[in-house]
Ligand binder design. Structure first.
Ligand code: NAP
Ligand code: G4F
Length: 339
């Protein structure tokens, strides 16, 4: 039985990856940081809470990371923990640089010192492409990050490559484009939309305020993406891979599809920050732009080319954009209608 350690087990990807590894017969140890409220609801939702061993884990604490590696015979280390919200990284750039960036060096150095046989996965991101230099974006596309988050992830990305090349660690970086699910955090735009429109449909909310509706993303399903993480660590050689669907949609497209699936006849009036979404049947404004959700510098467009992963890993996404919106909308609508 292999033992895998997942940092960030309480997050969206941590939960899906834990489920995948348990299904494959792994012993799963999950790193969870100490919070007053506890935050393992996603493991409960997937019914795997009692199947994983939870240990205290803090990215800022070098000694904690070292002790975990000393105490446990780990074969695969998936580093999913991070300050992962781009918006917050502008408010907390130094914390983001330390937690999302420098911490990866703490982990790599611990692996190098304590057990260099551990295979390491780093959660890199399409945010590193930022102001895109070419379209679609692949492993060779130059990076141009646009946020403290993207810059911190780029540091971590290059450190992962550097430890592979300098010390021969089996260290892989998955450059994952946006991936969502019913377990997505409430602050991300997809969840905000599926939850907000569900509440509006159920008469529990009047209006949904959002930021830049024209931004385009390559959105996939998190359950598909964690399979790619596992596949990367099963290869003969460590390498980096772009994971994406190869389709891009705007935030407005996402809203339109959610409204359609939920049965709201949505029409748009106005432009840019003055644009409003109107429920045609009720003749009522239900979506407005609030500039407080704009970012100081935005990533306008992302579209991934995952041919390398498809050829070498045999990976492909199974859930379409329409299905993804459907999954998230149904989950939120069903949950809210019972409350
Ligand atoms: P998520 O839901 O926000 O999960 C982040 C995890 O990191 C949570 O478990 C969080 O714990 C933990 N964490 C935050 N700060 C920590 C600290 N100081 N010490 C220990 N743990 C800490 O993110 P996700 O969507 O699952 O994404 C997983 C990883 O992939 C992240 O690194 C993210 O940046 C990256 N990524 C995500 C996407 C995407 O579209 N989802 C795309 C590319 C890359 P709490 O529960 O205590 O907050
Ligand atoms: O949902 P978002 O916050 O995701 P973003 O910034 O693309 O980051 C996510 O994907 C990255 C992969 O590319 C991950 F690395 C990262 O950890 C995270 O999972 O925003 C998506 C787009 C942005 O352009 C944003 O400006 O939606 C726009 N948006 C418009 N209104 C909004 C809102 N974003 C949020 N969060 N909230 C809004 O009200």
């Amino acid at each position: 039985m292999k033992t895998a350690f997942i940092s960030g087990i309480s997050g969206q990807d941590g939960a899906y990856l834990a489920q995948l590894l348990l299904d494959k017969g792994y012993k799963v140890i999950g790193g969870d940081r100490r919070t007053a409220s506890g935050s393992l609801w996603r493991l409960e939702k997937l019914n795997i809470m009692n199947e994983v061993e939870i240990v205290d884990f803090e990215l800022a604490e070098f000694t904690n990371i070292m002790r975990i590696l000393e105490k446990n015979d780990i074969q695969e280390f998936y580093n999913l923990a991070a300050q992962s919200f781009v918006g917050a990284s502008f408010e907390m750039p130094i914390m983001t640089a330390d937690i999302t960036g420098v911490s990866v060096l703490r982990i790599l150095e611990s692996i190098r010192k304590i057990n260099p046989k551990i295979k390491f996965y780093q959660a890199s991101t399409s945010e590193m492409f930022g102001k895109v230099r070419e379209t679609p974006q692949n492993e060779l596309t130059p990076f141009y990050p646009r946020s403290p988050y993207g810059i911190s992830k780029l540091f971590a990305h290059w450190m992962t490559i550097n430890y592979r090349e300098s010390y021969n660690l089996f260290a892989c970086s998955g450059i994952l484009f946006n991936h969502e699910s019913p377990l997505r955090g409430d602050e991300f735009v997809t969840k905000k939309v599926t939850m907000g429109l569900s509440k509006i449909k159920l008469g529990k909310q009047e209006i949904l305020e959002l930021g830049n509706l024209d931004a385009k993303r390559d959105w996939g399903f998190a359950g598909d993406y964690v399979k790619a993480m596992w596949l990367m660590l099963q290869q003969q050689n460590a390498d980096d891979y772009v994971i994406a669907t190869g389709e891009t949609h705007s935030v407005k497209d996402f809203i339109n599809l959610t409204a359609k699936q939920i049965g709201i006849n949505l029409v748009w009036e106005g432009e840019k920050e003055k644009i409003v979404g109107i429920d045609k049947e009720k003749n009522k404004i239900i979506i407005k732009v609030n500039e407080k959700f704009y970012r100081p510098s935005e990533v306008d467009f992302l579209l991934g080319d995952s041919i390398k992963a498809r050829k070498i890993l045999g990976w492909e996404p199974n859930v379409t954009f329409e299905e993804l919106v459907g999954l998230m909308t149904k989950a939120d609508y069903d949950k809210l209608s019972k409350e």
